[in-house]
Design a protein around this ligand. Structure first.
Ligand code: SAH
Length: 218
């Protein structure tokens, strides 16, 4: 663990325990998700100046105009993706600081995560390596069309909002797989897409606010 962060009382296991209790009152029920969120130190993914707020239920800036999602959203998306079942291979579009990827690494066999901003990619990759989460494969790429060399995926999660679901991403979801992502521009909603033998089942969930999906690398 990062020694600068380790000494801060606000970031202790007890503070993390309070976050878990809050998630329960917010309706998160999947014990596997709660255990994953309890074991990932969220503060090490956040700038030291903000680490006293690491376990509050807020999104926080991670640089380059991007944000780490609030704990509730991370838990909610992971719970929907998991659907109470062990996940095989999962794709995340939008690594950001790597926190969601770290949580996913505890609930899936294999995680692929794609980030288009190089400094964020490098920082996340190092952080995940330092935490010894060896089942996460971070890639520096534009994930608009997913990641063809890892497909098909049993689960796909997107941490940025697109105006619509792309066909390329749909094709990379395995039959029986689930995809959770925000869709919309001004007004955004979380959607669940389930791929069945017959096609796709679409469910609109919560109103949300995510940073936009952008194309190209930077
Ligand atoms: N899951 C992240 C949230 C990061 S915010 C976390 O836990 O911190 C969303 C991220 O999506 C940003 O880092 C942004 O750069 C990235 N992003 C936006 N468009 C993208 C694209 N086309 N391909 C890959 N990443 C993208």
């Amino acid at each position: 663990m990062n020694s600068l962060h380790a000494g801060i009382g606000m970031t202790s296991a007890r503070t993390r325990g309070r976050m878990i209790e809050r998630l329960r009152t917010q309706g998160i029920q999947d014990e596997v998700v709660l255990a994953a969120m309890s074991s990932v130190p969220r503060h090490v993914f956040i700038d030291e100046a903000l680490s006293s707020r690491a376990y509050d239920d807020v999104s926080l800036p991670i640089g380059h105009g991007q944000t780490i999602s609030q704990p509730y959203i991370v838990a909610r998306m992971t719970e929907i993706l998991r659907n109470s079942k062990q996940l095989g291979r999962v794709l995340e579009v939008g690594t950001g600081c790597g926190y969601q990827a770290a949580v996913l690494s505890h609930v899936a066999k294999e995680v692929y995560s794609v980030e288009r901003i190089q400094p964020l990619y490098l920082r996340a990759k190092k952080q995940l390596f330092d935490l010894k989460l060896r089942n996460v494969n971070v890639r520096y790429a534009d994930g608009t069309s997913g990641l063809s060399d890892g497909a098909p995926f049993d689960g796909i999660i997107m941490a940025c909002a697109a105006p619509a679901l792309s066909d390329a991403l749909k094709e990379q979801l395995a039959v029986g797989g689930r995809m959770v992502l925000p869709i919309g521009t001004q007004e955004q909603y979380l959607y669940l897409f389930e791929r069945t033998e017959a096609g796709f089942r679409e469910t609109r969930l919560d109103a949300v606010k995510f940073v936009p999906l952008l194309s190209g690398k930077t």
